[in-house]
Design a binder for this molecule. Sequence first.
Ligand SMILES: [Fe+2]
Ligand SMILES: [Fe+2]
Length: 294
Amino acid sequence: MSNTQPAPVASEHVELKARKVAFDWQETPLHWVPGDPFTTHTINVLHLLLPAGERWFVHVYQQALPYITDDRLREDVIGFIGQEAVHSQAHDDVLPHLRRQGLDPTPYTAQVDWFFEKLLGDRTLPPGRARRWWLMERVALIAAIEHYTAFLGDWVLNAEELDRRGADPMMMDLLRWHGAEEVEHRAVAFELFMHLDGGYRRRARTWALAFSALVFLWQRGVRFFMENDPSLLDPKVAWADFYRKGREGVLPSTPAMLRSIPRYLSRSYHPSQEGDTAQAVAYLASSPGANGGR
Ligand SMILES: [Fe+2]
Ligand SMILES: [Fe+2]
């Protein structure tokens, strides 16, 4: 059942635990990257995608648990489920704040809910091959998406330009606490996929699906926010803006994103080759939100 797995680059296994978090959005301005609605809303799309997306991770992984034959991996998956459940809730908790500021995300989140709950939800399949096939497709999709959550987590932990521009500390802490846990658990989804299936064609196919879906949903989300932002008179969105903000260091850079593609598709890929566990763990120890909002 399990395929040969590429070896992690270092033995840096950490026990995964869900942290209790506390964030208060009252002081966070509409454009929490000052004077930069495009960057603010590009990052805000996370609050639209992650509540439903991470709930879906949890739902799929609960179905995958009985198939795991490795005790340590099962513990990791249980820790992963706990962390993703908290992430989903923490981003969901930002939405009432956006509503108070005149940005009602319901028309968009209704589409995202449909995408994860219906399109990628459970199907009425007979027990056996078909049901397992659909479960494995979704496990592989999650591994591909987690390549990007780890990429983004590593990026935001190091995105000092946002601090220099006065980005809201509460929002930065939410993003960095979440990003740090994404770095911390970055190997789990890939290792689960390799343990249960590991087929290269499935890995490549689901990567293409996940990447296209993320780009599609993300640009729609940015447009949605820009068009509904009550303070913007000219809500035009262009790919060039994303490229430019990436160069400035307030969004991930396009070349770095393109370079991450062949890494995931390499046969020797293992998530431990990316990101820095020590940096993530250090951030989690100092994060105000992850330490009771002190
Ligand atoms: Fe997450
Ligand atoms: Fe994750």
